[in-house]
Design a binder for this molecule. Structure first.
Ligand SMILES: Cc1cc2nc3c(=O)[nH]c(=O)nc-3n(C[C@H](O)[C@H](O)[C@H](O)COP(=O)(O)OP(=O)(O)OC[C@H]3O[C@@H](n4cnc5c(N)ncnc54)[C@H](O)[C@@H]3O)c2cc1C
Length: 512
């Protein structure tokens, strides 16, 4: 390939990279996105087994009803009207379940409905549940881009340092309710001593507003974003793994080189990849030691083991909601510390509905925490569709053993599951590491810590003036969090007030 020159080169086609690509292409910049895999989208990627589509990293999305935050952003990107979405149950988009109980505690859509549905199970705790939803809204109001506002963000210490576990437990002495309110811990990999309440609030709030499943998978978001970027004259290229940065004598990033030997030049660059990799690509000699060390010292959150089941037709009833299991309400903040015998102490599962047999599920995807240590034996192997390799028989045996243990646990909540399975597929922290490039397969990027709020804060600006970061390590993870990370990153280039006003104006005009 010849040398290529652009206004903006974006490394990585995760949601953060693609959303930044659309925003900047709409501003008239000549954009090029480089992706190492054969599929765009990072965690938005899907795969097919037995003709059934599986999501790898998006099981539901919040805030997509007209007027809500993600609706505005997706409308602006020009993709909202193309998305195939199915609304989850109004009165139960998530259910929280524990061992030794048949009760499914509901999370309902709409703040009043949330209080109404949950207080049926906790009639004496209505006040505590009401205070909880009010606090969530109050906390979210401090994050301007979640409310489509370009105001300067100001986060008082009381917000950044409010610990999620401590706050939730302060609302009620009812241990079961404490466990239920913290029950979607898997959404943000919460840790009792660390996780701030704002991480919980920003993760949960948009789903309480409205909760949606992507019909036929979340890869449609990537597909439509790529289409928009190309329609605006941008390039989105696969099989282009960036392996080298060329920094000039003025400490500017001049070009990036891919494994395939191609050179891409640009005035500005955005990295939508693991920041720890970015500082290695920059090279220690080009940045201050303190910055390098700060990025390298970020604590990556835990990874996951995912189970993908294809079901026999008409064997399991479809649930239009997700299920979060925790072995007991008291353990909700410690399930990452499982032992081999107790794993999994928590899991989440989501179903897809069989289009040919309505009312029945055709697939189940279930996710449980798994640390990288458990797959360390095979850490020197690498396997993706773009670069296929075997990890060996012992790895297959490990995966199979874990799948069987997981299925047994799931079957306690889904009677008849074992007989209903047509085929079993799995992924481990190694899959996430190899496909996404995240450190040790970390699911959601860096841990946020209420005890040291600024330590876990990474700016979109790097110490190289024409290189910016975007994606889940900036701002928050999740479809909403990463979309906002792209707005933050692009606002460094085009200006925050200008960009937010434009998003608001364009969507308002569209609505008329
Ligand atoms: C198991 C799981 C379940 C989840 N479920 C949900 C959910 O239900 N709802 C929700 O909102 N969020 C969910 N998330 C979170 C959400 O999917 C992510 O936060 C989001 O997609 C991350 O986007 P990103 O922009 O950070 O990019 P990433 O998805 O991290 O993508 C980075 C991209 O960069 C590419 N890349 C890496 N290195 C290079 C290189 N050197 N050169 C070129 N390209 C490179 C990768 O191949 C990848 O395509 C889930 C995540 C996981 C892991």
């Amino acid at each position: 390939m010849k040398n290529n020159t652009y206004d903006i080169v974006i490394i990585g086609s995760g949601l953060g990279g693609l959303a930044s690509g659309v925003i900047l292409a709409k501003e008239g910049y000549k954009v090029c996105i480089l992706e190492k895999n054969n599929q765009f989208g990072g965690n938005l990627q899907t795969f097919v087994r037995d003709k059934k589509i599986f999501d790898t990293g998006v099981h539901y999305i919040g805030g997509l009803a007209p007027g809500e935050n993600l609706y505005h952003y997706f409308k602006y990107f020009g993709i909202y009207d193309q998305l195939k979405l199915k609304k989850l149950d109004e009165n139960k988009f998530d259910s929280i379940v524990f061992d030794n109980s048949h009760i499914e505690y509901p999370y309902a859509q709409g703040y009043d409905n949330f209080v109404k549905q949950l207080s049926q199970y906790f009639p004496n705790e209505k006040k505590a549940i009401r205070t909880y939803v009010e606090k969530i809204q109050e906390i979210c109001s401090f994050f301007p881009l979640y409310n489509l506002s370009a105001e300067n963000s100001f986060y008082p210490d009381e917000i950044l340092q409010l610990n999620a576990k401590a706050y939730i437990n302060s609302l009620t002495s009812d241990k079961t309710l404490q466990g239920v309110l913290a029950g979607t811990n898997l959404l943000y990999a919460g840790i009792g001593e660390k996780t701030p309440f704002y991480v919980h609030a920003l993760s949960v709030n948009s789903y309480i507003q409205s909760a949606w499943r992507c019909v036929n998978g979340g890869s449609q978001i990537a597909k439509h974003l790529v289409k928009e970027i190309r329609a605006l004259g941008g390039k989105v290229l696969k099989y282009q793994e960036v392996t080298e940065f060329y920094i000039d004598e003025n400490k500017q990033l001049k070009s990036v080189v891919t494994k395939e030997g191609n050179n891409f030049f640009a005035k500005q660059f955005i990295a939508n990849i693991e920041p720890k990799t970015v500082v290695d690509l920059i090279g220690k000699q080009h940045i201050r030691k303190a910055y390098y060390k700060r990025v390298k010292a970020q604590q990556n959150g835990i990874s996951a083991f995912s189970l993908y089941l294809v079901l026999k037709p008409k064997s399991i009833r479809y649930k239009n909601y997700n299920t979060y299991y925790i072995n007991s309400p008291e353990n909700v903040w410690t399930t990452q510390n499982h032992t081999k015998a107790s794993w999994p102490e928590a899991y989440m599962f989501a179903m897809s509905e069989d289009a040919k047999n309505k009312g029945f599920a055709d697939t189940i995807t279930a996710i449980a925490y798994m640390s990288f240590d458990e797959v360390k034996n095979w850490e020197n192997s690498f396997n993706t569709v773009a670069e296929e390799n075997e990890r060996g028989q012992s790895y297959d045996e490990f995966k199979n053993e874990k799948a069987q243990v997981f299925i047994k646990k799931l079957a306690k909540k889904l009677p008849g599951l074992e007989e209903a399975i047509l085929s079993i597929h799995t992924s481990t922290p190694l899959s996430y590491r190899d496909y996404i490039g995240s450190y040790e397969g970390s699911m959601y990027g860096y841990e946020k810590d209420a005890n040291q709020p600024m330590k876990s804060f990474l700016s979109a600006k790097t110490k190289i003036p024409n290189l910016f970061l975007t994606g889940q390590s900036i701002n928050m993870h999740g479809i909403l969090g990463v979309t906002i990370s792209a707005v933050i990153t692009c606002s460094e280039i085009v200006g925050m007030k200008y960009l937010v006003d434009k998003i608001k104006k364009e969507v308002e005009v569209d609505a008329k």
